[in-house]
Every structure is written in C-alpha cells, then in structure tokens.
Write a protein that binds this ligand. Structure first.
Ligand code: UD1
Length: 428
C-alpha cells in the first residue's frame, strides 16, 4: 500500500481531464448482470473500486474485458455462480448490489452482508426490505443474505430516506420483475439517472429518473448495448477545491455543470470565480477563501463526499465556518489529521466548527477513507513544507491517478510503496 508526499505552496494551473464517474460505473456494472449479450462501457475510470467490481462480475461467471484506457466489455449471458463471498463484499460495499441482479436473472442469490465502515454504520435494511417487497424470500444467516424468487413482482416501495445504494439496487432488481414497481422518495443523484439511462439502453422501461418518483415497468429480458458513463462530479469537485486551495486556475475538461451546481455555488460563496465553457468548467481561486457554512444533503443538496475536501479548504478560510454532516455520523474522523497540520476544528456531534487559520504546516498523516485522503491532499497542497499521506490506497480506490493529474497542473508529489498488514478497506 502506497504513501505520497505532497510539497505545499505550488499554484495549480492548466487543464485536467475529468474521468468517468466511479459511482455510476459501479451501479452500471452491477446492472450489467441483468443482460444477455455484450455490453460495451466507455469512459470507465481506472480506479480500484472498479477493478473490485470486475473481480466480482468474473467471480459470478460474467466475461469481463478491459480494453484500451477506458473501455470495459461485459458479457453476462452465462452466470455460473450465484454466491458472492465476504472477501469480495468487504472490499467494497457496492458489490452487495449484485444480490438483486443475480436474483432477478437466476431466481436465487446468496451475498455476504457488508460490514461497518469508518464513516458510520451504513445499514442495508432498505435494500433487504425492498427485495422482499418485490416478492423474494429473504433470510439472513451466517453473515449472508440469501434471496429466492421464481418470479419477482412489481411493488410500491417507499424509502424513509433517499438512499443512493437502495435506489440503484432496487431499480436494477425491478427491471426484470413482472409488472410495475414504483419507488417513492427515491435518490435523485446524477449517478442514479445515469444508471436508469443505461438500463433503458438495454431495454428496461424506467421513468422519472432525476425525480423522487421512479416508475419501473418490468421486462422479460435485457440485451447488450453500448453506453458512455458520465464524468465524475466528485473528482471534478476535488480539482475545483484544489484550484481554490492554491489560488490557482484550473479548467475541468468534460465536467458537467448541472451535476456540480451544489458544490460550485458553495465555492462561489467562498470566493472562487467560475466560468462555464462548452466542454467544461473553469475555476479560478481567490488568494484566501471566505468562511462559509455547509449542510450535507441528498442531491441536489451539498454532497457528503465533498464535505471532507471542503473542510480542508475552509481550515484556512478567513473566518469561522460550520459544517453540518447529516448523512454519516462518523465522517469527521479525519479532522484529527487536519489538526496535526495546524487546523482549528472542533467537532460537536454531527457538526464541525472550523476557525480559519492563516496557514497549515506539513505533517505525517493517515488517510482513513477515500474522501478523507482527498482532504489531506488538499491540505498538503496548501501547507508549508511536506505532508506525508499514508494509506494512499484508499484514494486510488476512487481517483484515477490523482497525484499524476495534480503534477500535470504544477503540484509536487512523490509516491512510495508501503505495506500495512491486515488493514481494512473502506470506500464511499
Ligand atoms: C452512496 C455513494 C457514496 C455517497 C452516498 C451518499 C456509491 C458507491 N456510494 O453510498 O459515495 O457518500 O451514496 O450520497 O454510490 N441507509 C440506511 N439503510 C439503508 C441504506 C442507507 O439507513 O438500507 C442510510 C445510510 O446509513 C446513510 C444514508 O442512508 O446514513 C445514505 O446512504 P446511501 O445513500 O445508501 O449511501 P450509499 O449508497 O452507501
């Protein structure tokens, strides 16, 4: 497992190509198990979590090929395994979503329950209740969820909270159910819209994507097709924050403005200048960001995945910012690492009170999860001297060659190999 050293103080400037969305890709690959025939996915990011999903699909019997730099072909016509082991599910929570597609395709699935996570409890009760509502017999034994249904049936599903994972999982599962499924209080994230468009391209009949009300008319079969994945709004957001953090000027090539509005409007409030161009977004940072308050919310609110990089940025803002994290109860653990770099952050329950300091100083720190790692990179870019970030493999799970892209913009980073035995993984 790698560590990187970031030398702070460089102004970032230039164009960065934004890769395909990790979260879209994971949902789409789970959905790909529904189809017979060849699926060609384009704009697939080369990140660790995608390789884990490739491993999962192959384990279940699908043929998966990685071609060129961003193309993956999947043929799940023949599935010869209906059980997903804990070794794969514990690597990445999203691999649990193969439960629904395997069940819908074969009438049976046995998938290990994902465990806890550094950012909070993250249960899967909505997923299981929804699959039961679609007519499956579900039992939980020995750490596995076992589901059986000779024919899934459409149902009216309501979520207490618009869970991204449960919306994706049940949309996939209901695509092959008999009759109509409605999902009320569904997630509206761009990645959910992307998944629905992908499934429709295979022959599914999904309406209402991007709203709280989804309607899925089940079909008998889905077939292969080609599909291009949307740009990753979290990667683009991270580079936008990096531009601000270094008073830089970065063009986010391929980034979609519509998907990034919640983040961009907060960055503008904090003093950045944003201009939209036909093929991307230009972000120019101020000398010092202004303090701003943030509350994380489901889309179209401010995304929880950008909370950590934003906290790093606001740690040097002019004034005091308050961040309220409504989705995950433990998503402030990395604040202790920022404090080691001189940040003044007080955690009270689900809120962080950040008193902006004039400067951070480089220190050895540890990335506890994907976005925490991104936050430490942002902090390292701003800090005086060197910041050594251990457990960088967390970052590799969701960012494609992050430090290489930063270096192309003028950052100074070095990567070193290290190995921490028995370390648990956690990505979001
Ligand atoms: C997805 C994203 C992750 C993002 C999160 C919220 C992927 C691979 N990951 O994660 O990057 O941070 O959405 O935008 O797409 N909940 C329940 N019961 C459930 C399911 C969820 O109580 O059955 C709760 C969770 O504990 C959490 C909230 O709902 O508090 C949001 O979780 P959810 O939207 O499901 O997140 P994920 O799909 O795991």
């Amino acid at each position: 497992m790698d560590k990187i050293i970031v030398t702070g103080g460089c102004r970032l400037e230039g164009t960065v190509p934004i890769s395909g969305s990790k979260n879209s890709t994971l949902a789409i690959m789970a959905g790909a198990l529904l189809a017979r025939g060849k699926i060609v996915l384009r704009n697939v990011p080369r990140v660790g979590d995608v390789y884990t999903m490739v491993e999962m699909l192959r384990y279940l019997g699908a043929t998966v090929e990685i071609n060129g730099c961003d193309v993956v072909t999947i043929d799940a016509t023949y599935l010869n395994n209906r059980e997903a082991p804990y070794e794969l599910v514990k690597k990445m929570r999203a691999s649990f979503w193969v439960l629904g597609s395997t069940l819908a395709r074969t009438g049976y699935a046995r998938v290990a329950l994902p465990g806890g996570c550094d950012i909070g409890a993250r249960p899967v009760d909505f997923h299981i209740k929804g699959i039961q509502q679609l007519g499956a017999q579900v039992s939980l034994e020995h750490g596995f969820v076992e589901a059986t249904a000779s024919q899934l049936r459409g149902s009216d599903i309501y979520f207490d909270f618009p869970s991204v994972g449960a919306t994706a999982h049940l949309m996939i599962t209901a695509s092959l159910a008999r009759g109509i499924t409605t999902i009320e209080n569904a997630a509206q994230e761009p990645e959910i819209v992307d998944l629905a468009r992908f499934l429709n391209a295979l022959g599914a009949r999904i309406q209402g994507m991007g709203t709280k009300h989804l309607q899925i008319e089940g079909v008998d079969e889905l077939y292969g097709n080609e599909y291009t994945i949307i740009p990753d709004r979290m990667e683009a957001g991270t580079f936008a924050i990096a531009a601000m953090a270094t008073g830089g000027d970065i063009f986010l090539r391929n980034a979609f403005w519509e998907d990034m509005q919640p983040v961009l409007s907060k960055l503008e409030e904090a003093g950045t200048s944003i201009s939209l161009e036909w093929n991307g977004i230009r972000v120019e940072g101020p000398d010092r960001p202004h303090a701003t308050d943030i509350k994380t919310m489901p889309h179209p609110g401010f995304p929880t995945d950008m909370q950590q990089p934003m906290t790093a940025l606001l740690s040097v803002a002019d004034g005091t910012s308050i961040i309220n994290e409504t989705l995950y109860e433990s998503r402030f653990k990395y604040a202790q690492e920022l404090a080691r770099m001189g940040a003044d952050i007080k955690i009270e329950g689900r809120s962080a009170i950040i008193k902006g300091v004039p400067r951070l100083t480089g220190a050895p720190v540890v990335a506890s999860d994907l976005r925490a790692g991104a936050a430490l990179v942002i902090a390292g870019l701003m800090a005086e001297g060197e910041t050594e970030i251990a457990s960088f493999h967390h970052v590799d799970r969701g960012y494609e060659r992050l430090e290489e892209k930063l270096c192309a913009l003028g950052a100074q980073t070095q990567r070193f190999q290290e190995w921490v035995e028995g370390e648990e993984l956690c990505s979001v």
